[in-house]
Write a protein that binds this ligand. Structure first.
Ligand code: SF4
Length: 287
């Protein structure tokens, strides 16, 4: 993976404009790219790409800790002693209680360390957000920001980079001529949550034009007559993935005796074979 970092010590010099232009040009040139906005204090790559809002994924993250004060464990005199331990002037005593100025606190943990009464405990706070979307230019954008007044921008940046690395690993590892996103529910009868259409489209776009989602099978209605195409349906199903008798019965909504008959027909002609995994019998296409 090649990484291009666009950096400057000064704001307003055109970093985002250059980054967005390069991203679009590279993707038009058929390069598989991931655009990453690491400016977590003022992310605006999405603005330049006209991709504000409608994020496919948003995740709150915790990048620093803040002190939690238990005033039951500390009296006014003891609280006064804690105040000077904070070099950021974030601790004050008010109405005989030790209080925290959240916005001045840098989360350094010194107060917890020095409090002789153990009245201060550092606690992780959700103070940043990571957002991911697939852009109309056909590449994913990973962005993130720190909530106002929060500290820990370095950690948000490293989280964003990790997300981007994940995408790129998928793109780099999978470079086949054709990709099938195989999405039937399995094992049979167990309800798994299927990805939304939006997610499927996003994954398809990331993997490139060769990816196609395989989500449909020929399903017969209950009580349907004769299994004229059952043979074909079973074979087509097994071409996509191995299946148990239960998988086939419920997915094709057919009588299990009929399915067994057809499976024997295929087994006798060595078109399919049986395979066992963790004690379960699967039928697979005989290569
Ligand atoms: S964590 Fe650090 S900055 Fe925050 S109140 Fe304690 S000593 Fe002050």
């Amino acid at each position: 993976m090649k990484k291009i970092a666009i950096i400057s010590g000064k704001g307003g010099v055109g970093k985002s404009m250059l980054a967005s232009s390069l991203a679009i040009l590279f993707s038009q040139d058929k390069h598989k790219i991931v655009a990453v906005d690491c400016d977590v204090d003022a992310p605006n790559l999405a603005v330049w790409l006209n991709e504000i809002g409608n994020w496919d994924e948003k995740r709150k993250i915790s990048v620093s800790e803040k002190p939690l004060i238990d005033n039951n464990k500390i009296n006014s005199a003891q609280a006064q002693k804690c105040v000077p331990k904070c070099k950021f002037k974030a601790l004050i005593v008010e109405n005989e209680k030790l209080k925290l100025n959240y916005f001045l606190c840098e989360g350094c943990g010194a107060c917890e360390f020095f409090c002789p009464q153990g009245a201060i405990k550092m606690k992780a706070v959700k103070n940043g957000e990571i957002k991911i979307k697939n852009t109309k230019y056909n590449f994913p954008l990973v962005s993130g920001h720190l909530f106002p007044g929060e500290t820990g921008s370095g950690k948000v940046v490293s989280e964003i980079k990790q997300q981007a690395e994940k995408f790129k690993k998928i793109i780099d590892k999978i470079n086949p001529d054709e990709i099938q996103l195989n999405l039937p529910i399995r094992p049979s009868g167990v309800k798994l949550s299927l990805p939304s259409r939006k997610t499927i489209e996003m994954v398809s776009k990331i993997l490139g034009k060769n990816a196609k989602a395989v989500v449909k099978f020929s399903i017969k209605k209950k009580g349907g007559k004769a299994y004229g195409n059952l043979k074909k349906d079973i074979f087509n199903f097994l071409k996509v993935r191995p299946a148990t008798l239960e998988d086939l019965t419920s997915s094709l909504n057919a009588n299990s005796t009929e399915i067994v008959k057809q499976l024997y027909w295929f087994l006798e002609r060595k078109k399919i074979k049986e395979s066992r995994s963790k004690g379960t019998k699967y039928f697979v296409i005989n290569d």
